[in-house]
Write a protein that binds this ligand. Structure first.
Ligand SMILES: NC(=O)c1ccc[n+]([C@@H]2O[C@H](COP(=O)([O-])OP(=O)(O)OC[C@H]3O[C@@H](n4cnc5c(N)ncnc54)[C@H](O)[C@@H]3O)[C@@H](O)[C@H]2O)c1
Length: 341
């Protein structure tokens, strides 16, 4: 349903998922304002969003943990909904710097909730992750599967979910949704938006892209798992599908007549192995992927994928893009970036 008048605040709007989400929101007729402090992104993203959508998005460059500034800037403003994506997202980095992750991700959520209070915004969407699930659980992971994050990053997201649920329970008229993304991958079909890989890439498709770009083989961590080809299996989905899930979630919030909190998995419900990603990348882009097989990595589970049926039935959200789309757009983004250097 096209909604022409609603104004949405997107935190982390210059980021990988945030920028794609803004494109989908604009396409669905929403007005959008972004908050981003560019700790993991670049202001150029807004020029690219303008090229794609024809709309210049206002970004408020502010740290969500700076509550004093938030009060100065947001007092008197109004938004119909807040989509809170801003966070640190690196699992290995969170193991090295847990405190920085607790601070940025938990304080940042509190900052976003402070804005919702200042701006009398009753609709809230929170970005969480499949990293909250107990890795010992046999997949698929449903929303009711056991929860036991194995890293500080996952713990910040679980704390965020619990905090948000409690906030909704104690705040009249508030409605909120947590989206637990599985493995977002790929890039905008225009080649103008994609994952920022200035820091060492960690998501598999970006790692593969980087290996092709540099010619340096990347390591496949183990090929002796009990999976069809021996490599780990995950639930990769195109970032534009993840972005569209926010539009579906907003419509679901709008349709609800009373206060509620709910959680949805955002995945395809299908597992794809590391070797399948490599093979699709080679076939679709007609290019060789340099890699070597190494030892298993501590903490990696053989198989993890979503039960995404709840999002399909309640949000009417189903992913549209294929694995071929993921690897083609990921490479398209890399080629376009290089043309611009
Ligand atoms: N990308 C994934 O694989 C993935 C998977 C599951 C969940 N998530 C979650 O989705 C959300 C978005 O992820 P992404 O991949 O787009 O990350 P990203 O790093 O590309 O984007 C996050 C954006 O938030 C900004 N930011 C961070 N802390 C901030 C702060 N304190 N104040 C203002 N801006 C701040 C960064 O500059 C960045 O532009 C995150 O919450 C992440 O935890 C991501």
């Amino acid at each position: 349903m096209i909604n022409t008048r609603k104004k949405i605040l997107v935190t982390g709007g210059a980021g990988y998922i945030g920028s794609h989400t803004i494109v989908e929101l604009v396409a669905a007729g929403y007005d959008v304002v972004s908050i981003d402090n560019f700790s993991n992104s670049n202001p150029l993203v807004f020029e690219r969003i303008e090229t794609i959508t024809g709309k210049r998005i206002e970004n408020i460059e502010i740290d969500l943990c700076d509550y004093k500034k938030l009060e100065e800037v947001f007092q008197g403003k109004t938004f119909d909904a807040i989509i809170h994506l801003a966070a640190f997202k690196s699992v290995p980095d969170s193991l090295k710097n847990p405190l920085a992750y607790y601070q940025n991700n938990v304080d940042g959520l509190l900052g976003a909730l402070l804005i919702s209070k200042l701006c009398k915004t009753s609709h809230f969407i929170f970005s969480s992750t499949c990293a909250v699930y107990d890795p010992e659980t046999v997949p698929p992971y449903a929303e009711i599967s056991p929860i036991k994050p194995g890293t500080p990053y996952g713990m910040t997201k679980l704390l965020g979910e619990q905090l948000l649920e409690d906030y909704v329970k104690n705040t009249e008229g508030c409605k909120a949704i947590t989206l637990r993304y599985f493995n977002p991958a790929g890039a905008h079909p225009s080649g103008l938006l994609g994952e920022n890989t200035d820091k060492a890439p960690e998501n598999l498709v970006s790692v593969v892209t980087d290996a092709v770009k540099t010619g340096k083989p990347f390591t496949v961590f183990g090929d002796d798992y009990a999976t069809p080809d021996g490599t780990c299996v995950r639930d990769y989905l195109h970032v534009a599908d993840v972005a569209k899930a926010h539009v579906s979630a907003l419509e679901h919030l709008d349709a609800a007549t009373s206060s509620f909190y709910d959680v949805f998995n955002i995945g395809t419900g299908k597992g794809i192995s590391v070797k399948e990603i490599i093979s699709a990348f080679e076939t679709e882009n007609n290019i060789k992927v340099p890699y070597e097989v190494g030892a298993r990595r501590a903490g990696d589970m053989p198989i993890a994928y979503a039960d995404a049926s709840k999002a399909a039935s309640l949000l009417q959200w189903v992913p549209k893009y294929s694995l071929a789309d993921i690897v083609k757009t990921a490479w398209g983004w890399e080629l376009k970036k290089n043309q611009e250097r």
